[in-house]
Design a protein around this ligand. Structure first.
Ligand SMILES: Nc1ncnc2c1ncn2[C@@H]1O[C@H](COP(=O)(O)OP(=O)(O)OP(=O)(O)O)[C@@H](O)[C@H]1O
Length: 586
């Protein structure tokens, strides 16, 4: 049991300090319940033991243990004095009766000397990792409280160094309401001076904004742009959310620093805020959530869910407050954290209505806010994927058509919901092939002029599953536009994979392609009649030159639309350049 618990439950030997601090704090709380004016304190002293090992003496002036309690609570794994108490979930951190075993990770013996407030005699308990122990009553004067002696195991001396113990005490105990002092006999330091501002009563009236941001800077080492008070009655939660000064990605988990009854539970708690809240980093204290036995996270229960909702509401209220009272600050926040707000607006109608007009979108006319888009367009056009947007963004920009790239996360969903909130606007999904259909056709004379060129181009492109077209469109400098549908893009990728796959998989892919009914031509290369290169090619009437140029323009158009090239297409570009050079040399 001891090996299982001490060796496998805890993420690092460092947690032995956490468990000692926790027990000391619980003992002080138990004593303070009986003697309300009593001033609790905890000290830790480290020194070298002479044989290369190091010793730590942990001491608290808490409630202590009687001989009978030592028999019951120290000697039996899983027994805890804290469970029997009717206050268990509000006062004490411990409850499993296994925390002390973490000391066996760093030490081969635990010696506890304790005097209970209910007894005159002190008792000594010596426990070994094999489960054996001795108990004896001690003569002499002892004040109530508990002292725990640990001697480092070989290889674990670093966890008993003054600097390490200080760091660990600060790490786990910085918010503890009782002074925690660490010393090596000559130097001593109290690691938790003063309460953090957000745990002071009425701090929102008495602590300045600058002081709070300064606290955030010292605590997390970042220059946050703002802070949001957090509060939840369920779970008795208080905290601060600091607004990150840089963009956070939805995939990168922000790790919040979470305290349970003012002891650090973990720096990696993810599930205490809603998923969309990745624009803040929090420091939170809860007095009433249940930790798991490893004490590194909370049970995912309905109480935790209610806390998550309540804290989400604090953040939401802050955003609404900014929208109604502090637009400059809101714009600063949106400039960095629009992704978080988009994630929230997708699932929250009130916030959608409030924020959508300020949110930025990538469009064929550059980055615009929805307000700017709505101002000039009655029909809101978008492509659902980035690939489709790339195919047509230049052309639609040249025709002064605003098309939004809906390929980024949340954007298509937000755009599709626009007409629910603003019925005067209609929303249209744009297909790249529709765009080419809207180009101006050639007149009969022009059609005759290009007839031979078009035939040559069609023949050159046939083996690439592409059809040639020629129309008039803007911008002039664009010689051709490759467009394709979503299914065709999929088929192109099937073909490309087939090239690299082994014969069996290639034939599976072939069947898949056939099942989709591969059209003879699944892409279209639309030449621009207005473009000088195309005009010259049409004029030349030289089929060999035309074919070579068409192949190169085809590859160029694919690259501009960010379509991956297959082997044959890659070869086209090299061959084309080679032939051009040869032609020039001739
Ligand atoms: N410093 C202390 N002062 C008084 N009693 C203590 C102290 N440390 C341990 N104990 C007693 O030993 C028991 C077992 O401690 P242990 O740390 O193993 O478990 P716990 O704190 O009860 O629960 P958890 O495993 O959740 O921490 C406690 O319930 C308490 O009665």
């Amino acid at each position: 049991m001891i090996e299982l618990l001490s060796g496998h439950l805890y993420s690092s030997p460092r947690v032995y300090i956490r468990e000692l601090l926790q027990n000391g704090t619980d003992a002080i709380r138990a004593r303070a319940k009986q003697q309300p004016d009593f001033a609790g304190e905890i000290t830790l002293e480290v020194f070298a033991s002479g044989d290369g090992s190091r010793t730590l003496i942990f001491e608290d002036n808490g409630v202590g243990l009687t001989e009978a309690e030592v028999h019951q609570f120290l000697a039996i794994i899983g027994e805890s004095s804290k469970r029997a108490d009717e206050m268990r979930n509000t006062d004490f951190i411990g409850r499993f009766g296994i925390g002390l075993l973490s000391c066996f990770v760093v030490s081969d013996e635990i010696v506890v000397i304790s005097r209970s407030v209910h007894s005159d005699k002190a008792v000594e308990w010596r426990g070994k990792p094999d489960g054996t122990y001795t108990i004896r009553l001690l003569d002499g004067e002892f004040t109530p409280g508990t002292r725990i002696y640990l001697r480092s195991k070989l290889g674990y001396e670093e966890y008993f160094e003054l600097a390490t113990v200080k760091d660990l005490c600060r790490h786990y105990g910085a918010l503890l309401p009782y002074p925690v002092t660490v010393s090596d006999g000559s130097r001593s330091q109290t690691i938790n001076e003063g309460k953090p501002p957000w745990l002071l009563p009425n701090w929102q009236q008495t602590v300045s904004r600058d002081a709070m941001l300064d606290y955030g800077r010292r605590f997390f080492g970042e220059n946050f742009i703002d802070f949001i008070p957090l509060h939840s009655e369920v779970g008795d939660v208080q905290g601060i959310a600091f607004v990150l000064p840089h963009r956070a990605s939805i995939a990168a988990k922000t790790n919040h620093q979470v305290y349970l009854k003012q002891m650090l539970l973990s720096e990696n708690v993810e599930n205490i805020l809603p998923e969309w809240a990745f624009f803040v980093k929090c420091i939170i204290n809860t007095n009433d959530l249940l930790p798991t036995a490893s004490r590194e996270e909370f049970y995912e229960d309905s109480k935790l869910a209610a806390v998550r909702d309540a804290l989400g509401n604090c953040l939401r209220d802050y955003l609404i407050y900014l929208a109604e009272h502090d637009l400059p600050r809101l714009h600063k926040l949106i400039a960095i954290h629009f992704l978080s707000i988009k994630a929230l607006a997708v699932q929250d109608d009130q916030l959608y209505r409030l924020f959508i007009k300020w949110l930025p979108f990538e469009t064929s006319q550059g980055r615009l806010t929805m307000e700017q888009i709505l101002e000039h367009n009655a029909v809101i056009r978008f492509t659902p994927s980035l690939d489709e947007f790339r195919q047509i963004s230049r052309v639609s920009a040249a025709q002064s058509m605003c098309v939004i790239n809906g390929g980024y996360v949340f954007d298509a969903e937000l755009i599709e919901r626009l007409s629910d909130f603003f019925p005067e606007y209609s929303v249209e999904r744009v297909d790249p092939l529709d765009i080419t259909e809207s180009f101006e056709d050639l007149n009969t004379a022009e059609q005759q002029l290009v007839f031979q060129f078009l035939q040559t181009a069609d023949a050159a492109l046939q083996s690439f599953g592409c059809k040639a077209e020629i129309k008039k469109f803007l911008p002039l400098e664009l010689p051709a536009l490759y467009s394709t549908s979503e299914e065709a893009t999929f088929l192109r990728s099937v073909e490309r994979t087939q090239e690299d796959a082994n014969p069996l998989f290639a034939s599976v892919l072939g069947t898949l392609g056939a099942a989709f009914g591969v059209p003879a031509a699944h892409g279209q290369l639309c030449f621009n009649f207005h473009n000088p290169v195309i005009a010259k090619l049409v004029q030349s009437g030289d089929p060999a030159l035309q074919r070579m140029a068409v192949e190169m323009i085809y590859v160029q158009a694919l690259l501009m639309g960010h379509h991956p090239l297959n082997h044959r297409e890659m070869k086209l570009l090299n061959n084309g350049l080679f032939n051009l050079i040869e032609l020039g040399m001739r």
